[in-house]
Design a protein around this ligand. Structure first.
Ligand code: NAD
Length: 486
């Protein structure tokens, strides 16, 4: 029987956009998204959606109420559904044993229990959340333990989501691939076909990839770990560049032209953020340790460690450049989201940078085009960050944020930052050395120096001052050639 009703548990960054696109592409299927947070559901049903994604509003506003619904009544949506997506959060455990290491699967478990109690008839359960290998086995066990109704049966599929925040709608409309993992039984293959039949309404058939469930679950973790690794490769290169006079942009350009490597994810920065990379690598490390693969675990762990180092190096560079002291100095922070085109701040490098500077008693004026003030305050008001209300101002205009500041610190690569009037910003800053710390390497540094700025950009020799490029090579870092070396 073709799928007629879909339920999605979890109305977050994955559940919302994914279901909006499915509902848009399949007008004959009723798609209901449910969440335990009434405030979030209320926002999905309002004019102000809980998340920002380019193109999302247009789709939701067009089809909401036709075949796309948002509700807190999970049991009803589950009861009526032929296919149920589990799109709940799977963060790193923040309590108890293995805190900070193991993935927290409590939301997946509660979603599975809810399904087990309420589903009726033959139901396909699709694991969309990112989970450790063999999580589907646990889901299946919970479902059968909870299930009370005669005639109810479940097939669990793995269908990890590869969308990237900021381009989620585009990624969902034109995915590189859709991966579906299933059991090798006939029932498993049939369930896989029913899910594939939904995607093939707009995804070319050759982009539907199938595998066994465990491969599918592992693919998602490895995919994210490899992406994070590529970013970390160029960030580690930036540390070498800063000490030697090599220019990371030049290195990245030439390396990226190698077709085996490619140019994507080679922009060096102050480190990756986002809700996924960090926790998925930790999950992979935990899995390896469980499997007694300690060296493999250490390999993946190093990506997380180097990411921390990259953030730390940037913070230290700011303080060092401002004569080793930022106490009482106003600093304008441009960008708080973990990347452009999203309001998501989870694991954003900006949080680490701002906390460091607040602890050094700087006065911060933060401007981000999409992140809400309440979110910024929540992110900074955590243990280990000390500041009073006069040290932190959230601005809605970059020019206001910069008035009287000693430095501008770019934390997010918003394109809008490239088009600001930097002469005007310069003129409004505190007299004396006026700094730009470009943590995303997005600005025209030569032009900024001509304006009078002192510039530090990640991955370039020390820093660029008033048109003078100071190189590590002149500071005793030149390496001697050994006999026979060329
Ligand atoms: N955000 C991304 O870019 C992205 C991309 C690919 C995969 N993923 C994976 O997808 C999953 C979801 O990520 P997200 O970013 O959408 O998370 P999210 O935190 O934005 O959304 C998850 C939602 O699930 C809800 N929820 C939790 N338990 C529930 C329950 N029992 N019943 C109903 N609702 C429940 C939460 O209230 C929350 O609104 C994670 O496993 C993540 O790793 C995320």
């Amino acid at each position: 029987m073709p799928i007629k009703r879909i339920c999605c548990i979890g109305a977050g960054y994955v559940g919302g956009p994914t279901c909006a696109v499915i509902a848009k592409k399949c007008p004959d299927i009723v798609v209901t998204v449910t969440d335990i947070m009434p405030a979030k559901i209320a926002e999905w049903n309002s004019d102000s959606l809980p998340i920002f994604e380019p193109g999302l509003e247009e789709i939701v506003f067009e089809i909401r109420g036709n075949n796309l619904f948002f509700t807190t009544d999970g049991p009803k949506a589950i009861r009526e559904a032929d296919l149920i997506f589990i799109s709940v959060n799977t963060p790193t455990k923040a309590y108890g044993a293995e805190k900070g290491k193991a993935p927290d699967l409590s939301c997946v478990e509660s979603a599975a229990r809810l399904i087990g109690k309420n589903a009726s008839g033959a139901t396909i359960i699709v694991e969309k959340s990112t989970v450790p290998v063999r999580a589907a086995e646990s889901i299946a066990a919970i479902l059968s333990a909870e299930c009370r109704e005669d005639g109810t049966s479940f097939q669990v599929l793995s269908n990890p989501e590869f969308l990237s925040e900021g381009t989620a709608i585009q990624d969902l409309l034109s995915p590189d691939r859709v991966l579906i993992g299933c059991e090798s039984s006939e029932a498993g293959k049939l369930a896989r076909k029913e899910l594939a039949d939904i995607y093939t309404r707009w995804v070319p058939e050759e982009r539907i990839v199938t595998s066994n469930i465990w491969s599918s679950e592992l693919t998602k973790l490895i995919n994210n770990a490899m992406l994070a690794q590529k970013i970390t490769c160029i960030n580690a290169t930036s540390a070498i560049c800063e000490k030697t006079g090599a220019d990371v942009s030049e290195v990245a350009k030439a390396v990226g032209m190698d077709q085996r490597i490619g140019p994507a994810f080679l922009n060096c920065s102050i480190g990756f953020g986002g809700s996924c990379f960090h926790k998925d690598i930790l999950s992979l490390v935990y899995l390896c340790k469980q499997l007694s693969l300690d060296e493999v675990a250490d390999y993946w762990q190093m990506i997380v460690d180097l990411n921390e180092l990259q953030r730390r190096r940037f913070c230290q560079r700011i303080v060092k450049s401002l004569y080793g002291n930022v106490a009482g100095k106003k600093l304008a922070i441009f960008g708080f989201a973990f990347k452009e085109n999203t309001g998501d701040t989870r694991e954003s490098s900006a949080i680490v940078v701002c906390k460091h500077l607040l602890n050094e008693q700087a006065q911060l004026a933060i401007y981000d085009p999409k992140v809400r003030e309440s979110q910024i305050i929540r992110d900074l008001q955590s243990p280990g960050c000390e500041f009073n209300s006069s040290s932190l101002k959230i601005e809605t205009c970059p020019y206001e944020a910069t008035k009287g500041a000693s430095a501008i610190v770019i934390c997010t690569e918003w394109k809008a930052f490239k088009n600001l009037n930097y002469q005007k910003l310069y003129d409004s800053m505190e007299s004396g050395a006026r700094w730009i710390f470009d943590g995303r390497n997005i600005l025209d540094h030569q032009k900024l120096m001509e304006t009078g700025f002192q510039v530090h950009c990640v991955g370039k020799a020390l820093h660029l001052q008033n048109g003078r490029r100071s190189s590590g090579l002149t500071n005793g870092h030149a390496f001697p050639f050994h006999n026979g070396d060329h």
